[in-house]
Design a protein around this ligand. Structure first.
Ligand SMILES: [Zn+2]
Length: 464
């Protein structure tokens, strides 16, 4: 008997955790943190549905915290199996999880100061030593190579084109007495086609069940090309005479942005302007990029381009907190790239607090903004934004660049699925309800597929 349980990312875009149970073994696909609205973040404190020690292995699609950020907590609660993932993801995990532990610690300090927490005193969800423990369990596995996370279960990673190291998972469950195994594909996050610096996602193989993301399942990005869209919005922002604040994930998106901005400046399409990379993690991540140049679309020439962009005298790295604060003294046009991408923490916050009241400021949103995050609040046109306990008036101009999104839209998902024969059933996860419903309708009417949008905690019998 084989079952699939949706422990997260059902009806929401965070907390990706899918548990496969077969032949008395348990394999967890992704182990993400719930992010966004408070009610969701509280779920990180719920008792894990099965004892973590009873899980044989975790198979991880990519490093984003909404897919990996619960691993240290899982290890803290007794998980000791391998964490199987691509070599690049394995190398990025250290950067990401230590940064996440730092954010947990900051949140706890802040909650104690403000006196809001259901724990007294507020504790971090996990600490550095839990990250140490989780990292000791990581086992890199190259793409396209079968591996066995548990007896009777085998998996293979394929390129997903979403970030450095990102993969989707092909899984086979052995069936007693029957020749053919049960096949499941977990999409993880699906990237874009023709994205700068990224490889295209490869198409999924035939399967009995498909578990597919639906972040942008109800819409299509504007067809503009990344360089053109970025050129227009940057020129407008610099013309306004103030800072352009770009909230960006520190790994991948940040390097891509610097590369594109420098390309525009070198071509004279955008005036030469100082660009601050305000993130120690973004600087450290460059080493991982260089090491895994072949795994992504980083041809030697492109890598050289990225390295040269970052070495340009117009690009300034702010590693220390003081270097970060010194940016506050800059007057006139400039560009700051800082994390976190959804503005729920990180150095972008102090830049927002300082510059949102200035109508000359532009805030550029370059990725998906989940419900309950400051990024979403800004996009929805809020007049005030709450930062560090203060309501900051929003007089800045808020802009969005679709072309830089890391997630496939509805038509790109359709292109990714290609000529895939109809799975017995398709489950749509990692999407807010309108997005998941939109994609469900699209797949039902366009392909005639049996599509289901699961809820958190739902269990599906795969043998049925
Ligand atoms: Zn992702």
């Amino acid at each position: 008997m084989a079952t699939l349980r949706f422990l997260g990312a059902a009806g929401v875009v965070s907390g990706s955790r899918h548990l496969v149970e077969a032949g008395g073994h348990r394999v967890l696909i992704d182990c993400g943190l719930f992010q966004g609205e408070k009610e969701l973040r509280e779920r990180n404190w719920d008792r894990f549905l099965v004892p973590p020690a009873s899980i044989d292995a975790v198979v991880l699609t990519h490093g984003h915290i909404d897919h990996s950020g619960f691993l240290p907590r899982l290890a803290r609660e007794g998980f000791r199996g391998p964490i199987l993932t691509s070599p690049a993801t394995a190398d990025l995990l250290g950067l990401l999880l230590y940064d996440s532990a730092k954010c947990q610690a900051e949140d706890a300090v802040y909650a104690n100061r403000k006196g809001y927490s259901r724990h007294s005193p507020a504790l971090p969800l996990y600490e550095e030593r839990d990250v140490d423990q989780a990292l000791r369990l990581v086992r890199p596995v190259p793409r396209e190579v079968w591996f066995d996370p548990a007896p009777g279960v085998r998996c293979r990673f394929h390129e997903a084109g979403h970030m450095l190291g990102s993969s989707f998972i092909e899984m086979e469950l052995a069936r007693e007495g029957e020749g053919s195994p049960l096949r499941i594909v977990f999409s993880g996050d699906v990237g874009r086609f023709n994205a700068p610096l990224y490889k295209d996602p490869v198409s999924p193989p035939p399967c009995d069940y498909l578990v597919c993301e639906s972040t942008y399942g109800d819409r299509d990005h504007t067809p503009a090309r990344p360089l053109d869209e970025l050129e227009a919005v940057t020129n407008e922002a610099l013309h306004r005479g103030g800072m352009m604040l770009v909230a960006s994930f520190a790994i991948g998106r940040c390097q891509q942005l610097v590369y594109l901005l420098r390309t525009l400046m070198a071509a004279g399409r955008v005036p030469e302007t100082p660009v601050w990379v305000d993130s120690p993690m973004a600087v450290d991540a460059m080493e991982v990029f260089k090491k895994h140049g072949g795994e992504h679309d980083f041809s030697e020439a492109k890598m050289q381009g990225v390295a040269e962009s970052l070495a340009s005298p117009f690009v300034r790295m702010a590693k220390t907190a003081n270097e970060s604060k010194a940016i506050n003294n800059h007057h006139g046009p400039g560009i700051v790239i800082a994390s976190s991408g959804m503005m729920n923490g990180g150095r972008i916050l102090h830049h927002l607090a300082r510059r949102l009241p200035d109508p000359k400021t532009t805030v550029l949103v370059a990725g998906f903004q989940a419900k309950g995050t400051r990024g979403r609040t800004l996009l929805d046109g809020a007049e005030f934004l709450r930062i560090h306990g203060r309501d900051i008036p929003v007089r800045a101009v808020v802009k969005k660049v679709d072309a830089l999104s890391g997630h496939a839209d509805r038509h790109e998902l359709d292109r990714w699925l290609g000529t895939l024969p109809a799975p017995k059933r398709t489950f749509l996860v990692h999407g807010e309800p309108p997005a998941a419903r939109g994609l469900a309708e699209f797949l039902r009417s366009g392909r005639g597929w049996d599509v289901h949008v699961p809820t958190i905690g739902e269990t599906v019998d795969l043998d049925a």
